[in-house]
Design a protein around this ligand. Structure first.
Ligand code: SF4
Ligand code: SF4
Ligand code: FES
Length: 493
């Protein structure tokens, strides 16, 4: 690989030829603010925040798309650049619905007066991203405390038609992260960019309601949105009503995947938040039983493993497509409807939890089923979509929502003692021979499917595990074309 020398903020760096200034800066530990770039996807320079000065250049250059060259000298944080970024932020904010704490203060106070802690607890703001919005963070950093431009009126309706994903175009800054994820990675093409100039908009094809679009509710666009333009529907009031009601028994299951995000939100540094502290916090707000997802996951996998072993023995059709992902199954139904005979759709840990809590556990504890409310605390949105669709649990809460619930109810995980979790019992793991086939999958950009070579009984099984919907499309297209080398294909969204 060929390297070039560049100087960024007086720091001499040797970096691979052809990378962007942004990538070079990151490799040298130099921060350049960004709003539209997503790691691993081709940058498009939509937001204008990452501008830098390149010696000899007549204009500022967007660091996310400008390639380094030998001897290049770059400055990333001069007073002129800060002014330019501030103007960009003022323009973005003047076209952005004003209902976070920072926005409320614009024009009447200085943003350094804001105590971020108070801001995060604010009851006046109704933006779910208040306190962790990338636009708000930059507005604070660049001291945008008055807007010289006229505010645009809110002109778009909020779309909550899916019951899980909410779209508020009034808060959209047109960064296009969502449409890039939906189109380039997930290959769903539910989101498009329409119009030009000040009328530009990111919306569904034909501007349909989200529920009527081709969206499969994987939730990946929501995770990428830097503002409150896309978010998961919250149920804070309804949830607290139930936990505070003595006639209702609430049972919560915490998925271990949520702990890392919660640790970051509560600023636990590198040490991960102890699940027993989260359990103590949940008990403080009135949740009656708190469990890990170990039992439900093992139960779900045991059932899936035995169904798969059976299908391999009985069924001559190949490959067998397996999934517990609501969004992946929906994607397959939309795009590869002919494959329904190949599909083994097994219950997710959330479904197993909801069912077990209201049947076996309810009987053991002599609880009245109709008075039980189940709460699934997870990091993936497709769980919320699944619950809306088939009622697997009563509430799905993600890390951010739990964070907001704890702030509002005064639960400080740094000040409470851990409390032991409840249990549904222990369960034997009977799926060792399936190796990583049923292991939790982390979604990622790219096309590296996981390949597995297994022995199930005496049968050699070649399997592939997809980590995003683009990979699902690729694997299922191979099946369609009769060239799939796999006996089992696991699809995830
Ligand atoms: S939820 Fe998934 S399929 Fe739906 S718009 Fe977002 S990225 Fe696309
Ligand atoms: S909805 Fe969010 S991610 Fe999509 S373009 Fe708007 S601000 Fe960006
Ligand atoms: S990050 Fe470069 S223009 Fe948005």
């Amino acid at each position: 690989m060929e390297f070039v020398n560049v100087t960024i903020n007086d720091k001499l760096l040797s970096v691979p030829k052809g990378i962007t200034i942004l990538a070079a800066a990151v490799s040298g530990g130099i921060r350049i603010p960004t709003l539209c770039t997503i790691k691993m996807l081709n940058p498009r320079a939509n937001c204008g925040i990452c501008v830098v000065e390149v010696e000899g250049g007549r204009t500022y250059k967007p660091a996310c798309v400008t390639r380094v060259s030998e001897g290049m000298v770059v400055r990333t944080d001069t007073p002129a650049l800060r002014k330019s970024r501030k103007t960009t932020l003022e323009l973005l904010l003047s076209r952005h619905a004003v209902d976070c704490h920072h926005c409320l203060r614009i024009g009447s106070s200085k943003c350094e007066d804001l105590d971020p802690k108070f801001c995060e607890m604010c009851f006046f703001c109704d933006c779910v991203r208040d306190g962790f919005c990338e636009l708000q963070t930059l507005a604070r950093e660049y001291k945008v405390d008055a807007l010289p431009y006229e505010m645009e009126p809110y002109k778009y309706e909020i779309d909550s038609s899916t019951g899980s994903i909410v779209r508020n175009p009034n808060k959209c800054i047109k960064c296009r992260r969502c449409s890039d994820i939906c189109n380039s990675v997930q290959t769903v093409h539910a989101l498009n960019v329409i119009n030009r100039g000040s009328e530009i908009m990111v919306t569904t094809e034909g501007q349909k309601r989200h529920a009527d679009s081709s969206c499969v509710q994987c939730g990946r666009c929501v995770q990428s949105c830097p503002t409150g333009a896309l978010f998961f529907k919250e149920h804070i009031d309804a949830l607290l009503y139930n936990t505070h009601n003595y006639d209702i028994t609430t049972i919560a299951q915490i998925s271990s995947g949520v702990l890392e995000e919660l640790s970051t939100l509560f600023k636990f540094g590198s040490s991960e938040l102890d699940i027993r502290i989260v359990a103590a916090g949940l008990r403080k707000i009135g949740v009656d039983y708190v469990l890990t997802d170990d039992f439900a996951s093992a139960k779900a996998i045991n059932a899936a493993a035995s169904a798969l072993a059976d299908k391999i023995k009985r069924d001559k059709k190949s490959p067998i497509i397996i999934t517990d992902s609501y969004a992946a199954a929906k994607f397959m139904k939309h795009n590869f409807a002919d494959f329904s005979e190949l599909l083994l759709n097994y219950a997710s840990p959330q479904q197993e939890f909801g069912k077990y809590a209201k049947t076996v556990f309810a009987a053991e504890k002599q609880l009245v089923t109709k008075n039980i409310r189940t709460i699934s605390i997870v990091s993936d949105n497709e769980n919320a979509a699944e619950a809306v669709e088939n009622g697997s649990v009563d509430f799905v809460v993600n890390a951010r929502e739990l964070y907001r619930i704890f702030l509002r109810t005064g639960v400080n995980p740094k000040r409470i003692h851990p409390s032991e979790l409840d249990s549904f019992g222990s369960i034997e793991n009977s799926y060792v021979q399936f190796g990583k086939l049923f292991a939790p999958v982390t979604w990622e950009v790219g096309n590296n499917t996981e390949k597995l070579d297994l022995y199930i009984g005496n049968t050699n099984v070649k399997a592939a595990v997809a980590k995003n919907l683009g990979q699902v499309r690729e694997l299922l297209t191979e099946v369609k074309n009769g060239i799939s080398p796999y006996n089992v294909v696991r699809i995830n969204a």
